[in-house]
Design a protein around this ligand. Structure first.
Ligand code: FBP
Length: 269
């Protein structure tokens, strides 16, 4: 079966825009502007993102105006911050429904180290089988959490998570940045032919965010799957352009910061 990863990760590089935080974190992440999913789909379109990632509810109500222009990743599980349960993200959508919604890939979070790991592995195995039968790539969020995980950003743990994703059949791995360029090179090696994308994390200043992106792109990673650092920014399109130039064209941090300034003056967004 041919798995069509190239539709999302062209020439081995990609920038995805993630917007599942309304479920994962709740409205505390949102403001009067970015609370509207249309605002995020417009950033994905105008910012030329390689894919947009949402839960099925947002895909159903908003994606139809964008389906010709932006590949869609439908998240198939999710959880809230309102429970004290052990790290586990229940299924919220089937592969079949994601296909009907126009998905170019499906996404699933695994928490390696969670006492619920066996259940996540067996759910994930079914998802890989079903998605790959459709030729759809599977993107996996690998966020190590559980009693034996002292530091979820530890390089060995991140490398182990990457390997878990590869072994279980994921095509794209979404990992948190371990803040160690040399260590991340090892993580990317452990991921083998699965593509590594690094998540954006909490909103930070634009210099630090773009510097992280340039560091990540030195490691062999495929790109960045970012949410809050873009759509909580007051000039999301200018920042998106700078990010895209770093990921797709190896732009230096100094040139990216210059570009950000120029773009901000041009259109104010
Ligand atoms: P950000 O770039 O905003 O950090 O988004 C990345 C992401 O993986 C989201 O897709 C998800 O909602 C969130 O992080 C979950 O992070 P956590 O489990 O740490 O709250």
């Amino acid at each position: 079966m041919h798995i069509n990863v190239n539709k999302l990760i062209k020439h081995g590089r990609a920038v995805f825009l993630a917007y599942d935080q309304g479920l994962e974190h709740g409205p505390r992440d949102l403001n009067g502007t970015n609370v509207d999913p249309k605002y995020i789909f417009d950033i994905a379109l105008d910012g030329m993102y390689d894919a947009v990632i949402v839960q099925s509810g947002l895909a159903e109500k908003y994606y139809y105006s964008y389906y010709r222009d932006i590949p869609l990743v439908v998240k198939l599980n999710g959880k809230t911050r309102l429970t004290d349960n052990m790290p586990f993200s229940p299924t919220t959508c089937s592969v079949d429904r994601a296909v009907k919604l126009g998905a170019a890939a499906v996404g699933y979070t695994i928490y390696p180290g969670s006492p619920m790991e066996p259940q996540m592995f067996s759910e994930f195995a079914k998802i890989v089988e079903q998605a790959h039968d459709y030729g759809l790539p599977v993107m996996t969020w690998l966020y190590p959490r559980g009693p034996k995980i002292a530091n979820e950003l530890d390089t060995d743990i991140t490398a182990y998570s990457a390997r878990i994703g590869l072994e279980l059949g994921a095509d794209i791995l979404k990992l948190k940045y371990n803040h160690d360029v040399e260590g991340l090179k090892w993580v990317v090696k452990c991921a083998g032919r699965a593509k590594v994308m690094i998540s954006g994390g909490d909103k930070t200043d634009e210099h630090e965010f773009l510097k992280t992106a340039t560091d990540v792109m030195k490691t062999g990673a495929a790109g960045i799957a970012v949410g809050r650092n873009i759509w909580q920014h007051d000039r999301p399109l200018a920042l998106s352009k700078a990010l895209r130039m770093i990921v797709h064209h190896n732009m230096s941090i100094d040139d990216a910061l210059k570009l950000l300034e120029e773009e901000s003056h041009k259109n104010g967004k």
